[in-house]
Design a binder for this molecule. Structure first.
Ligand SMILES: Nc1ncnc2c1ncn2[C@@H]1O[C@H](COP(=O)(O)OS(=O)(=O)O)[C@@H](OP(=O)(O)O)[C@H]1O
Length: 272
């Protein structure tokens, strides 16, 4: 007979605006979280980053809706665009679309995040100057000013960015995921995210295995396949090695910002 489930899907599924979004942070583990959430039958997620609220807003909500996968009633439509978290316009625009939308932010030690960002930059642009030259502007006496331009250190000022979202959304509508725990205990983080989304805990430790070669958790059976699957080569790259003195300097820079962030969210993420 006909493939009944697929037909049923086609007849009743519609394109809807997202009810939940992963809004940040860049290099935090946003792709891993989205891939893991996709295993849930009540989630339909857009694979690419639409960049609607930061870049393509002029295209209008109908364009945005047309990007979304078809979903059945009761399914949650999602997308991820890490840039939203640091975009000045995004909070108000997202609020104008839906004041009830659920927001997820994957945060990661801002020092590691910056080095991850730098590692991505050198992989795309050969002959880039060393990290410290980009992070610290070289005055005559050595480094004195932090440079926020080339290596985007400002992305790691989480408290400042979150503050702008909290001007538009109540705290309980924003869920924070620890990027570190997403690696060490993916099932634990996924349990909390599913609770936040009001979903049954269907994605559990049964779905993951630790791949020693990759050095990261991978999926036993990703959506639509029966073969084990790890994220691609650009996820979990070997980081550029940075001199310890430079790392210390960066830690000192972020420390007060991290403390403010912990107080703001009522959670200590344990970054040194
Ligand atoms: N399971 C699993 N597999 C591979 N990688 C994982 C996983 N969980 C989290 N991560 C971390 O995700 C980091 C990339 O973050 P994002 O996907 O948010 O990057 S991006 O902003 O979309 O470019 C990536 O950063 P790097 O390690 O610097 O490459 C990983 O540390």
């Amino acid at each position: 007979g006909p493939p009944e489930t697929n037909l049923t899907k086609d007849w009743t599924a519609t394109r809807r605006l997202p009810q939940a979004m992963i809004i940040g942070v860049k290099k935090g583990g946003t792709r891993a979280l989205l891939e893991f959430l996709r295993l849930h039958p009540d989630i339909r997620a857009l694979g690419s980053e639409p960049h609607f609220f930061d870049r393509h807003y002029a295209r209008g909500l109908d364009w945005y809706r047309s990007m979304m996968p078809k979903a059945l009633e009761g399914q949650i439509v999602m997308e991820k665009t890490p840039r939203y978290f640091v975009s000045a316009e995004a909070p108000e625009r997202v609020h104008a679309m839906s004041r009830g939308v659920k927001l997820i932010v994957v945060v990661r030690d801002p020092v590691t995040r910056a080095i991850s960002d730098y590692t991505q930059i050198i992989s795309k642009t050969p002959n880039i100057p060393p990290f410290e030259g980009l992070v610290f502007k070289n005055r005559t006496t050595g480094w004195s000013t932090l440079c926020h331009d080339t290596v985007p250190l400002w992305i790691g000022l989480y408290a400042q960015h979150l503050e702008r979202w909290l001007a538009w959304f109540p705290r309980h509508q924003i869920h924070l995921v620890s990027g570190e725990t997403l690696i060490s205990d993916p099932a634990g983080e996924l349990a909390r995210v599913q609770d936040f989304l009001g979903l049954q805990r269907i994605v559990t430790d049964k779905h993951f295995y630790f791949n020693k070669t990759k050095g990261f958790p991978c999926l036993k059976k990703p959506e639509g396949s029966s073969k084990p699957h790890c994220l691609g080569k650009t996820k979990g790259r070997t980081h550029a090695s940075i001199r310890p003195a430079v790392v210390r300097r960066l830690r000192d820079f972020y420390r007060p910002h991290n403390q403010r962030f912990y107080r703001m969210v009522g959670q200590d993420f344990g970054w040194q």
